[in-house]
Design a protein. Structure first.
Length: 120
């Protein structure tokens, strides 16, 4: 098959799978789309947070109070967490006082994200 024949065959296959899926259209990602559902990451903020965490390595988890003070000192905003807003958290230090486990998880997430998305 030529290039167009391959595209037609793929489209036909998708249409057939749509019929087998109770008439619902198939889930197809757009060209170049690589993200899943959810909010788009804030790359700049993630990098700034990771930079602060890195300054407290290797044991930043044992120095959470200092990490939070540094994040607050740089006036880095909290991520949009409904849980933290409901609990009245306005600063990183507030989060440390009310949700230590969630704070560690959020900071780890940002560190992992930065490690997997080097600056270009």
């Amino acid at each position: 098959m030529d290039e167009h024949g391959d595209e037609i065959a793929e489209l036909a296959s998708l249409m057939l799978s749509s019929k087998q899926n109770h008439g619902k259209p198939p889930l197809v990602k757009a060209m170049g789309e690589s993200r899943g559902p959810g909010r788009k990451p804030n790359a700049e903020m993630n990098r700034r947070i990771a930079h602060v965490i890195a300054s407290f390595e290797p044991d930043w988890r044992g120095r959470l109070s200092e990490v939070c003070e540094a994040l607050d000192g740089q006036e880095l905003p909290l991520p949009g967490s409904k849980k933290w807003k409901t609990q009245g958290c306005n600063t990183w230090t507030d989060v440390l006082d009310t949700d230590r486990q969630g704070l560690v998880k959020a900071l780890e997430h940002r560190s992992r994200w930065v490690a997997g998305h080097p600056a270009k």
